[in-house]
Design a protein around this ligand. Structure first.
Ligand SMILES: *[C@@H]1O[C@H](CO)[C@@H](O)[C@H](O)[C@H]1NC(C)=O
Ligand SMILES: *[C@@H]1O[C@H](CO)[C@@H](O)[C@H](O)[C@H]1NC(C)=O
Ligand SMILES: *[C@@H]1O[C@H](CO)[C@@H](O)[C@H](O)[C@H]1NC(C)=O
Length: 400
């Protein structure tokens, strides 16, 4: 924390930027998986080990009800695939955190799908505990909320495709201190890059650059029907790869947009999720069910009546009028003021075809859009742009 404050002070002194840069870390895929993250613990300006321990001590160490259920699910699911499991084991060995804890954290996107952020933290836990089967009720005590998010793909005034993203993830004082920028390499060369959260082995916002490259953003999507929870648990126990691992492998093995999209739309997911994929002159938002695609929004097609130069998603199937969007309190204007509508209002103030980088940056920083935001990105694959940063003003009450 001291390091972070120093960094902030330095940035304030030497830059007028409102965002702070991320530490970049190379993940060398040629190394044995168990040692790939070794250097992460020594990165200057970070304190990942202390932060994950704080997360564990504050929320798990003294909550036997929660850890029993979380570790039980991890145990019943069993080990991940060999490569991922070796990474997890390495993280547990180096941090000295219990293996079942590190294992359980890997399921955070999947488990979050049961925690619809209705009304507020307390209420949502209550609501969730009502719908959860008895044996999983303690899951309503998982401490993280999010990843909530905003993703926008736009054809900009220079006729290239831009991609803007907020990653909203609380508790901000923990999650905000675990974010870093990873460059995955083989033979000393970058294969793809991703924004990461220390301790979690999967991509969250990734890009594979190149003439026909692509960028992927993941957003939490809640189940759209009763029984969604049971379906997700069944998939967890069936041993399907976790969503983020499938996406990481696609980024590693697939160098072009069309093949990547084809795989993102067909690979088995463990839970519902949105994939926001942008490329050279292309973009689409894929709403995934575990076994199929629920909905597609494709850039340049008439997704909205009057304009077709952008597409947007937060965490709700607004195209089907999902009312839960209205009860999400996380945007700066509170409940009944969805983040998605605030962003659209902002974008609708531009002339069609004239959206700029600054408009996108403005949209994701609009009061009604910004939530527990711990990471922001503006990406343009065609132009090789990967502008990733963290807001240096954390939401009120969350100052470190
Ligand atoms: C991380 O912190 C734990 C608990 O303080 C300690 O036992 C462990 O050695 C630390 N790991 C590293 C790599 O610093
Ligand atoms: C959140 O919900 C709880 C339980 O319904 C309520 O007591 C509390 O006042 C609510 N807080 C806010 C900020 O709305
Ligand atoms: C923004 O513009 C689109 C296209 O005209 C329209 O469908 C949408 O309702 C508008 N949203 C807001 C919040 O202004």
């Amino acid at each position: 924390m001291r390091c972070l404050l120093t960094l902030l002070t330095l940035l304030t002194l030497f830059s007028s930027s409102t965002a702070k840069d991320l530490e970049t870390y190379e993940i060398n895929l040629d190394l044995d998986p168990s040692v790939r993250y070794a250097g992460l613990f020594d990165l200057p300006n970070t304190n990942f080990n202390e932060t994950v321990w704080k997360f564990y001590n504050d929320y798990f160490a003294n909550d036997a009800l929660l850890t029993d259920v979380l570790y039980g699910i991890a145990h019943k699911r069993g080990f991940e695939n060999e490569e991922q499991q070796a990474e997890i084991q390495g993280l547990s060995d180096m941090s000295k955190l219990p293996l079942p804890f590190v294992q359980g954290i890997q399921m955070l996107y999947e488990l979050q799908t049961i925690m619809v952020p209705i009304v507020n933290f307390t209420k949502s836990a209550e609501e969730a505990s009502k719908i959860l089967p008895e044996e999983y009720k303690a899951l309503s005590r998982i401490p993280w909320r999010g990843p909530g998010c905003t993703g926008i793909i736009a054809r900009a005034s220079d006729n290239t495709v831009y991609h803007a993203r907020n990653l909203d993830f609380s508790p901000v004082d923990i999650m905000g201190n675990l974010v870093y920028n990873a460059v995955f390499t083989k033979n000393g060369e970058e294969i793809f890059r991703s924004q990461m959260v220390a301790g979690y082995t999967m991509v969250i916002t990734g890009a594979r650059f190149g003439d026909d490259g692509y960028a992927i953003e993941r957003n939490t999507r809640y189940a759209d029907h009763k029984g969604g929870f049971e379906e997700m648990m069944k998939n967890l126990f069936s041993g399907r790869n976790l969503n983020g691992w499938s996406l990481r492998k696609i980024l590693e093995e697939t160098d072009n947009y069309d093949d990547a999209v084809e795989q993102i739309e067909s690979v088995e997911y463990t839970s519902t999720e949105y994939a926001i994929v942008s490329g050279v002159q292309k973009g689409r938002i894929i709403s995934r069910n575990p076994d199929n695609v629920a909905h597609l929004q494709i850039l340049d097609q008439p997704n909205y009546k009057e304009r077709s130069d952008y597409i947007i998603i937060t965490n709700f199937d607004y195209f089907w009028g999902d009312v839960r969007e209205w009860f999400d309190p996380t945007g700066g204007n509170g409940m009944f003021h969805p983040r998605r509508i605030a962003a659209q209002k902002y974008l609708n103030n531009t002339v069609e075809g004239e959206i700029t980088y600054d408009d996108l940056w403005g949209a994701i920083n609009d009061k009604g859009v910004f939530a527990d935001t711990i990471f922001q990105a503006i990406i343009n694959v065609e132009r090789g742009v990967w502008d990733v940063s963290q807001p240096d003003v954390l939401p009120e009450g969350q100052h470190m």
